[in-house]
Ligand binder design. Structure first.
Ligand SMILES: C[S@@+](CC[C@H](N)C(=O)[O-])C[C@H]1O[C@@H](n2cnc3c(N)ncnc32)[C@H](O)[C@@H]1O
Length: 224
């Protein structure tokens, strides 16, 4: 008799709490993706379409600049949907994630991809990536980390932005019922503004709704 596959969300709560409890804020991601790969639970954060607000933002930008293709990096790219979208739109795209299983799954899903997929830890990035991307896209990764490492995480994201580059950060806005217990540990307006530490200028910080009515912070920063 086939065993019923559990939904990944409850497993994420359990694994995150255990992991954070033993002083390992990010160890649970790989365990969760591996459980998805083995079929023990459904695959976490599984989507093939780009995040709608990213798609809307890219569509609203002017066409490719005369300077040629821009580089982009997707922080915590998971299964690759946003990285693939940016590559299809002409960005020379890197997607990195802490989880080897997530990166392996992304490369299997997109065998002909032009994306440079890499297993990398936001807290120990290759030095050559420092301030080297024209566009940095951060969607849901910082909010998936406990508050103890949040400031370090936002700072590390900002340090990927090249001179004249842009950071687009999209995070879920906490609602009145959010008790902060996480995961995810949703960011306040001030915590989103903290992406600008390290010399980035905040261009905008909007509260926006997705087509399904979910509410988000959408923030854009520029390195002058
Ligand atoms: C909430 S998921 C979001 C995934 C993807 N951005 C999306 O929107 O579907 C957070 C992702 O960040 C990755 N991650 C967590 N900590 C990380 C770290 N220190 N460095 C790189 N990636 C990390 C996780 O493995 C996971 O894929």
């Amino acid at each position: 008799m086939p065993t019923e596959q559990r939904r990944w969300q409850s497993e994420a709560d359990r694994l995150a709490n255990e992991s954070v409890g033993r002083g390992d804020p990010t160890g649970w991601f790989e365990i969760l993706y591996a459980a998805g790969e083995s079929g023990e639970v459904t695959m976490a954060w599984d989507r093939s379409a780009p995040m709608p607000l990213l798609e809307r933002w890219v569509n609203s930008r002017p066409a490719e600049s005369a300077a040629g293709p821009e580089s982009a990096v997707v922080v915590g790219c998971g299964l690759g949907a946003d990285a693939e979208f940016l590559a299809a739109r002409g960005f020379q795209t890197t997607g990195f994630d802490l989880s080897p299983t997530a990166i392996r799954t992304a490369t299997r899903r997109y065998p002909d991809s032009s994306v440079n997929y890499a297993v990398a830890d936001l807290f120990q990035l290759p030095p050559k990536w420092h301030r080297s991307f024209d566009l940095v896209v951060e969607i849901y990764t910082v909010q998936a980390m406990p508050p103890a490492v949040r400031a370090a995480a936002t700072a590390a994201v900002g340090e990927l932005v090249a001179p004249s580059g842009t950071l687009l950060a999209i995070q879920v806005e906490p609602g009145p019922d959010d008790d902060g217990s996480g995961p995810p540990w949703l960011l306040s307006r001030e915590q989103v503004e903290a992406f600008g530490a390290g010399g980035l200028r905040q261009v905008r910080l909007d509260q926006v709704a997705d087509d399904d009515g979910s509410r988000y912070w959408q923030a854009e920063f520029h390195r002058d």
